[in-house]
Design a protein around this ligand. Structure first.
Ligand SMILES: [Zn+2]
Length: 375
């Protein structure tokens, strides 16, 4: 069966200095608008509150504020307009996440943030991609570099929008397209996955996925971070070190991304049902040795990849409640062994006498529970 899906294709942009300047200008505008809208909204909200009224953060209000901004700052009228509208939509969404889902209050954006971006909505002919260049209205042609597979997809798909971003010293265009994918064949095999830290994951069939080896990259990142902190901000020396620092950051991030793409593709190819625990389980991120924040962000990325690939390729992905005692429960008889400690890698069920490998038993329970949730 063929499915219609959305995909984000990442192209590395190769702007010359002049074009890089134009891209920076557009990112600067997006940041400026974001910050201005936010401070206007904050001010109005306070005034409203003072008089006992709420102020909705909705599209209409923000659209009005953008119009006012353009009167106050005429240079904004020269910029790419769909990307400016995108900024207020993004901000409305950020407020929605704050009001509805308890996410953090939207923050001001700093020019020092190593990640900067702006997004252009497709509108008539304003985005065009040829074999070598991408043309963005009011910006011009930018050379890019990407895989053969992506070039083919770009040629044959409908483009929805483009996000131009700078990350760790490089420019990228993420082209969001609508395309068709062919579902993968069913294999009749299902799998439960227990995420760990010594091993990246243990599967219910006893297979293990090794942790990534990024020690070298991490070491170099730390080394150059230290060097950077001793240089004068944006001096020639600083810029030189920054380049090397970015190089190692990109190396590490690409290594992780490649590996996770491979793992997730393999899982959805081999299995029909993939069951995992919700993250934040068992205090697994409290391990200090593991640069916990990075580790957590990365695992969320892996889970997200498995999830969307399962959807694309017609497989089932299920996440079980994080309070389910997957390690303590005997997968054969269901007995719950409450005295199990973190140090016990093996345990014998006092009820049915079977000896468990801790993580494989957990993975088997995760699969069992996942199947229950699906049916
Ligand atoms: Zn048992």
């Amino acid at each position: 069966m063929v499915k219609v899906v959305k995909k984000g294709l990442v192209l590395e942009l190769l702007p010359d200095d002049e074009m890089a300047g134009i891209l920076e200008q557009n990112m600067g505008n997006a940041r400026f608008i974001w910050n201005q809208l936010l401070s206007q909204y904050n001010r109005l909200r306070k005034q409203f509150q003072f008089h006992g009224y709420p102020l909705n953060a909705n599209i209409r209000n923000f659209n009005m504020m953008l119009k006012m901004l353009k009167v106050e700052f005429p240079f904004l009228r020269e910029g790419e307009s769909t990307s400016q509208q995108q900024v207020f939509r993004d901000q409305v969404q950020a407020f929605n996440r704050f009001f509805k889902y308890g996410n953090g209050y939207p923050k001001f954006k700093s020019r020092r943030n190593p990640k900067q971006s702006f997004r252009i909505q497709k509108n008539g002919n304003n985005i065009r991609v040829t074999n070598k260049r991408i043309r963005l209205a009011k910006i011009g042609y930018v050379h890019y570099h990407t895989s053969k597979e992506y070039r083919k997809l770009l040629k044959n798909s409908k483009i929805n929008n483009v996000t131009v971003k700078r990350e760790n010293g490089k420019y990228y265009a993420v082209v969001n397209i609508t395309t068709n994918v062919e579902e993968l064949e069913k294999t009749g095999e299902n799998i439960g996955i227990d995420l760990g830290f010594k091993k990246l994951a243990i599967l219910s069939n006893g297979k293990e996925i090794e942790q990534l080896d990024i020690k070298k990259e991490e070491e170099m990142i730390k080394k150059y971070q230290k060097k950077l902190s001793r240089k004068e901000y944006m001096s020639e020396n600083y810029k030189k070190v920054l380049k090397t620092y970015h190089k190692w950051l990109n190396k590490r991030n690409n290594k992780i991304k490649d590996k996770y793409h491979k793992i997730s593709k393999k899982l959805v190819t081999n299995y029909d049902i993939i069951s995992m625990e919700n993250l934040n389980v068992k205090g697994m991120f409290k391990n200090k040795k593991w640069s916990p924040k990075l580790q957590r962000i990365n695992l969320y990325k892996l889970v997200r990849m498995i999830k969307y690939k399962a959807e694309w390729y017609g497989k089932k992905f299920v996440q079980i409640n994080r309070f389910y005692p997957s390690s303590q429960t005997c997968n054969r008889c269901g007995y719950q062994y409450k005295d199990l400690t973190l140090e016990m890698r093996k345990w014998t069920c006092p009820l049915c006498g079977i000896t468990h490998h801790r993580d494989i038993n957990a993975a088997k329970n995760i699969l069992k529970e996942g199947k229950k949730l699906i049916s």
